[in-house]
Design a protein around this ligand. Structure first.
Ligand SMILES: Cc1cc2nc3c(=O)[nH]c(=O)nc-3n(C[C@H](O)[C@H](O)[C@H](O)COP(=O)(O)OP(=O)(O)OC[C@H]3O[C@@H](n4cnc5c(N)ncnc54)[C@H](O)[C@@H]3O)c2cc1C
Ligand code: SF4
Length: 564
């Protein structure tokens, strides 16, 4: 099986555009700028994982965790799950060609219109019509859809039963999953979803419409070169106005790291909230004049993952994987049902509660995970009967999203990134989430387990998989790090407050200036599409987003695009 990426041995010194990171923001930029005829290189720190190669068993999954804390660093730099342990909050992000799309649940929701009415956004965002076009393009390429069979799954019925007692009826939210065999906009033939539940472990079927199956193959088809194991350290502006991109090779298998420097007149940062902010912070240490808002307005998007244990009825919310570990079960995608708690009067009170599924590779450790919480008996029963039949068949997993105050701050100290948010655990959103989730769990007859790892190094801090901000959009450098087009403000002495660094962009989660109140992938993608439309106007570029025709390519055979 061949993939889309190449070895850094083949990287050139200079490109028209260098895109850093390959998640939603980076993928959009790579595809659109390659379609515009630019010579594009994508630099991704993680590795490429093809469909069929995602970790399926716990021993494999174990090697796919990298954990970084103040005095701790374990796991390979190419591990898919990148966990940052913080003193105030923990953060989980994806690492690999395709970014967070490889391991997320794919819930694709548009924020309430009041989010964009907030004065934190520059007026152009709501007024110039391109955000609407960005959402249209994002939806065309990621093709979110609700599972027509959602209501038949045990986990959905359990949410419905618990929600009923509280007066809420679940809906099936749109997810970036192909429920029938289809050919996506990038010309990749996606098989229909097997409802195995393993979306957050990586889809081994090819049914999840990830960046790795859409924007990235499209970029390669239009000539972009994708490099993995390429960790960007910092950027510097040359005298001729072009950008030097300082890269650390991470493919050395433990050998002393090698550094290389590439250059391009345009650099687009899509390294995610933590990655792009870190690169800008390190660039500032090397002399790049940036807004002093850099690192500010970090939001966790009011997001938590929590559990209910000991429900009266089965939930069936542990994935079975592909090939299936057990016959005759249909779990559904990682998220099939959602309860929506709206508040016309106060946006900050709105909540989305989604029933979730734990990936099958985690199944063998579930009993161990729950032992510290004093549930030894149930855990032992599950060890004997297997997680699909014992008490873990009644384990509920929830993803919940709301709003917070974006009061966190990302800092770089001694070359290590950390998150400072001493009041995070007191954010009102967490009490609201605990109240509603414990009511839902109580209705199901179980007990609420906020964090089964609380007794370990995880402690009692909140954790998020939706980090946002750090290089937020603003009107000028006094209130943001980038403008509404994603261009980075230039804080050099003597330059106007809205002056920008020519050719430097941020188009990912880092640019979000506030919580979105819904899962962020669709908004990040839409804003990246919008930034590309502005770039096309500013640089007189022409590209469309028409679907690719011709013979479709199988997800596990993307490498054939390279030889087309
Ligand atoms: C388990 C899980 C479930 C989730 N479920 C959902 C969901 O259902 N719906 C939803 O909307 N969102 C979900 N999310 C969040 C969503 O996936 C992220 O918000 C989204 O991926 C962010 O997109 P991005 O473009 O900002 O960056 P990312 O997708 O994070 O991509 C950034 C990329 O840049 C790379 N990178 C970082 N630093 C460097 C560097 N220095 N040099 C080179 N490369 C670098 C990273 O390895 C990564 O591949 C989930 C996240 C997780 C972890
Ligand atoms: S449920 Fe299984 S087959 Fe369907 S998208 Fe998720 S991982 Fe892929």
């Amino acid at each position: 099986m061949a993939g889309l990426s190449r070895s850094l041995d083949h990287v050139k010194d200079r490109y028209d555009v260098i895109v850093v990171g390959s998640g939603y923001g980076g993928g959009v930029a790579a595809s659109r700028l390659a379609r515009a005829g630019k010579r594009v290189a994508v630099l991704e720190r993680g590795r490429e994982v093809l469909t069929g190669q995602f970790p399926n068993r716990f021993p494999d999954l174990k090697n796919d965790f990298q954990v970084t804390g103040k005095r701790l660093r374990t796991g390979p730099t190419s591990a898919l799950y990148d966990v940052r342990l913080g003193e105030d909050m923990h953060v989980l992000v994806g690492c690999g060609l395709g970014g967070g799309s490889l391991i997320n649940a794919g819930v694709a929701l548009r924020p309430d219109s009041r989010v964009f009415a907030d004065e934190v956004w520059p007026g152009q965002i709501a007024q110039d019509g391109l955000l609407e076009e960005g959402f249209r393009r994002a939806a065309r390429w990621l093709s979110p859809q609700s599972d027509p069979r959602a209501g038949t799954y045990t986990k959905y019925k359990a949410l419905a039963a618990a929600g009923k007692g509280l007066g809420y009826e679940p809906i099936a939210p749109p997810v970036t999953v192909s429920f029938e065999a289809s050919i996506n906009a990038a010309g990749v033939a996606q098989p229909g979803c097997t409802r195995c539940g393993d979306c957050c472990g990586g889809c081994n079927v090819g049914a999840k419409t990830s960046v790795a199956l859409t924007y990235l193959p499209d970029a390669v088809r239009h000539g972009a070169e994708l490099f993995t194991h390429a960790g960007v350290r910092h950027l510097a502006k040359g005298k001729d106005g072009s950008w030097s991109v300082h890269v650390r090779r991470l493919d050395g298998n433990g050998a002393a790291p090698q550094d290389l420097t590439l250059s391009a007149p345009v650099v687009v940062l899509g390294a995610g909230t933590l990655g792009s902010t870190e690169i800008l912070m390190r660039s500032r240490e090397h002399g790049l004049a940036l807004s002093d808002r850099l690192g500010h307005r970090f939001s966790a998007n009011g997001d938590i993952i929590a559990f209910g244990y000991g429900a009266k009825f089965p939930i069936d919310a542990v994935g079975i994987g592909y090939p299936p570990k057990i016959e005759g079960m249909e779990i559904g995608a990682a998220v099939s049902g959602q309860i929506e708690i709206d508040d016309e009067a106060d946006l900050s009170q709105e909540l989305r509660v989604q029933e979730g599924v734990l990936p099958s590779a985690l199944a063998p450790v579930l009993p161990v995970l729950f032992i510290p919480n004093g549930r030894l008996l149930g855990a032992l029963q599950s060890l004997i009967s297997g997680v699909y039949k014992g008490p873990f068949a009644k384990l509920q997993t929830f993803f919940a999203v709301s709003h917070d105050t974006a009061g966190g701050r990302i800092v770089l100290e001694d070359d290590q990134l950390s998150l400072v948010w001493p009041t995070a655990k007191d954010e009102p959103v967490y009490k609201r989430l605990d109240d509603i989730l414990s009511s839902i769990v109580r209705e199901a007859g179980g007990s609420y387990v906020k964090n089964p790892l609380a007794g370990t190094v995880m402690g009692h801090q909140p954790a998020t998989a939706h980090p946002l901000g750090g290089a937020g959009i603003g009107r000028e450098r006094g209130d943001g790090v980038v403008n509404h087009k994603g261009q980075v403000f230039d804080a050099s002495a003597g330059r106007g407050a809205s002056a920008v660094h020519e050719g430097l962009y941020v188009v990912d989660g880092a640019a979000m200036p506030r919580s979105l109140g819904v899962n962020p992938l669709l908004t990040i993608t839409a804003l990246a599409e919008r930034a590309m439309l502005h770039m096309a106007q500013d640089y007189s570029l022409a590209f469309d987003d028409a679907a690719v025709g011709g013979a479709p390519i199988a997800p596990a055979d993307l490498g054939s695009i390279l030889t087309c």
